[in-house]
Write a protein that binds this ligand. Structure first.
Ligand code: CTP
Ligand code: MG
Length: 381
């Protein structure tokens, strides 16, 4: 039978090292309070059944606002003066559920991964407890009054993270037996002689402690992905070649247009302007202006690429579909993709050019012209 797993989140601290402002667990990281991010990350694991949050008595309104969109939480309980005291209050509250296993986690670590939880639960098959940790990589010095005094070996030393996983009854008993607060629950478990496994931690699972950590986390949570589409049509006229995605193909007709009438490159350009919500090719290069007559369309595409960079985005991918009965596009997609990749400065495996007929239906079916459509995705780094 599967063991039941509850999570206990300690969020009763004051965040004094993080500087002034809201208590750190309620500060938004790109609009989402840190506590809400931490809870979502834990609750994403299918094994986690009940979630008990421990809060500071002054924080009830902040807590209610932060978890307004999150359902399935146990009512919060108040914490103590120390982290250990807060954990104990949470464990006492969880007695009603009597889970087999409890994951004790800092509200201040919103970037935990499901993989860490998997590894912790696996380690509990052979140990009474388990926690993620990373080996110390720097030289260690004991200092005094700003001067180095005694070197310490880093051999065998680890930096502890949370969640820390235990059998519920064991860790509750360890807390009851403790005579003084400890920095974490592994310390209490070890003081009772429990075996505690070290599983692989992650640099991403850092604890937000200082203002610098908040600056880092704000940057890391920035996600701005935009998609734009483009569509264009050019009619055939007398001539002997067409230009599509910057590649000239011999043909029985040419395309009519103010510039070189590269219908495919125009749609890609429009997809980029669309993703930026910066109008379209006609607004940037009015057909009424003589200087664009016969112009090579890469000027237009380059302008859109310049705007993408100016707005702080990169192009993630471009997908273009050309709709015509002839010329045959398939044999030319390799140089077309290469040319779009060259102009936009992205890898060719991020550029797709494909074609379809319209089954002899409509204006493309009657070979009156060529239509094209494109999608582009932009990402802000
Ligand atoms: N914590 C708690 N009760 C306490 C102290 C800490 O529940 N009496 C929680 C914090 O809310 C945090 C976690 O324990 O989620 C780790 O503690 P820490 O990073 O030290 O947070 P704070 O104590 O809030 O910060 P500081 O030490 O800078 O004041
Ligand atoms: Mg603290």
């Amino acid at each position: 039978m599967n063991k039941s797993v509850s999570a206990l989140i300690v969020a009763a601290g004051r965040g004094t090292r993080a500087g002034t402002g809201l208590p750190k667990q309620y500060r938004p990281l790109n609009g989402v309070p840190m506590l809400a991010r931490t809870l979502r990350a834990l609750m994403a694991h299918s094994a986690v059944e009940n979630v008990q949050v421990v809060i500071h008595p002054d924080d009830m309104p902040l807590y209610s606002a932060a978890v307004a969109d999150i359902s399935g939480l146990l009512p919060p309980v108040f914490g103590g003066d120390t982290r250990s005291g807060s954990v104990l209050n949470g464990l006492e509250a969880l007695k009603a559920d009597a889970p087999d296993i409890v994951l004790i986690h800092d509200a201040a670590r919103p970037f935990l991964s499901l993989e860490i939880i998997d590894n912790l639960l696996a380690a509990l098959k052979t140990h009474a407890g388990a926690f993620p940790a990373l080996p110390v990589v720097d030289a260690l010095w004991q200092g005094h009054d700003g001067s180095a005094e005694i070197p310490h070996s880093r051999e065998g030393l680890f930096r502890a993270q949370t969640p820390q996983a235990f059998y519920f009854k064991d860790i509750l008993a360890a807390h009851h037996s403790a005579t003084e607060p400890a920095d974490d629950d592994v310390a209490l478990a070890r003081s009772q002689g429990l075996s505690v496994a070290i599983v692989q931690g992650s640099e991403s699972n850092y604890k937000l402690t200082t203002a610098a950590d908040f600056a880092r986390a704000t940057k890391e949570t920035q996600m701005d992905i935009r998609t734009g589409n483009g569509f264009d049509v050019h009619a055939f006229t007398e001539g002997d070649r067409v230009t599509l995605c910057g590649i000239e193909l011999p043909h029985s007709h040419s395309l009519l247009g103010h510039s070189d009438a590269d219908v495919a490159m125009h749609t890609i350009t429009d997809a980029l302007f669309g993703a930026l919500a910066e109008g379209d090719i006609g607004q940037w290069f009015p057909p009424s202006e003589a200087e664009w007559k016969g112009a090579a369309s890469d000027i237009f595409l380059l302008k859109a690429v310049e705007r993408v960079a100016a707005r702080g985005f990169v192009i993630s991918n471009i997908d273009c579909t050309i709709i015509c009965e002839s010329p045959k596009i398939g044999p030319h997609t390799v140089p077309m993709r290469a040319e779009i990749a060259r102009i936009t400065g992205i890898d060719v495996d991020r550029v797709s050019v494909k074609a379809t007929t319209s089954e002899k239906l409509g204006f493309t079916g009657r070979k009156e012209g060529i239509a094209a459509m494109a999608t582009a995705t932009l990402v802000k780094l």
